[in-house]
Design a protein. Structure first.
Length: 105
C-alpha cells in the first residue's frame, strides 16, 4: 500500500477578497483532523510569478490510495470543491504514488 501525493492548482476567475482567503484557511485547516488518512496538508498562494495564472496550490499526502479515494466524496472536501466551482475557477489536479526511497520519505 503506497502513500499518495495529491497536488491541486487553482486559478480563480477573479481576485479573492480577504474574507474569501480567510474562508479557505479556515476550511483547509480542519481537513487534517477531519479527514482520515491525511498525513500532511499544505496550501498557499503563488509568489513566483511562474504559475501561468494559477494563484493557489494545495499539496496533500495521503497514507494510501484508499485514503485518497475516501477524501474525494468527504463532506469537508465537497464543501470546498463546490465553493471553488462557484467561483468559476480552473482546477488542475495531479496524483501520484510516493515511491519508497524517494527523498524525504
Amino acid at each position: 500500500m503506497s502513500a499518495m501525493q495529491h497536488i491541486v492548482l487553482i486559478k480563480f476567475a477573479h481576485p479573492l477578497k480577504d474574507e474569501e482567503i480567510q474562508w479557505i484557511d479556515q476550511r483547509l485547516s480542519r481537513w487534517h483532523e477531519g479527514i482520515a488518512g491525511i498525513v500532511s496538508i499544505r496550501w498557499g498562494q503563488d509568489v513566483s510569478g511562474r504559475s501561468r495564472g494559477y494563484q493557489w496550490g494545495l499539496v496533500i499526502e495521503f497514507s494510501s490510495q484508499e485514503a485518497e479515494d475516501r477524501y474525494h466524496p468527504h463532506p469537508l472536501h465537497q464543501e470546498f470543491a463546490q465553493w471553488v466551482a462557484g467561483k468559476e475557477a480552473e482546477v488542475l489536479a495531479f496524483d501520484f504514488p510516493i515511491a519508497r526511497g524517494a527523498a524525504g520519505v
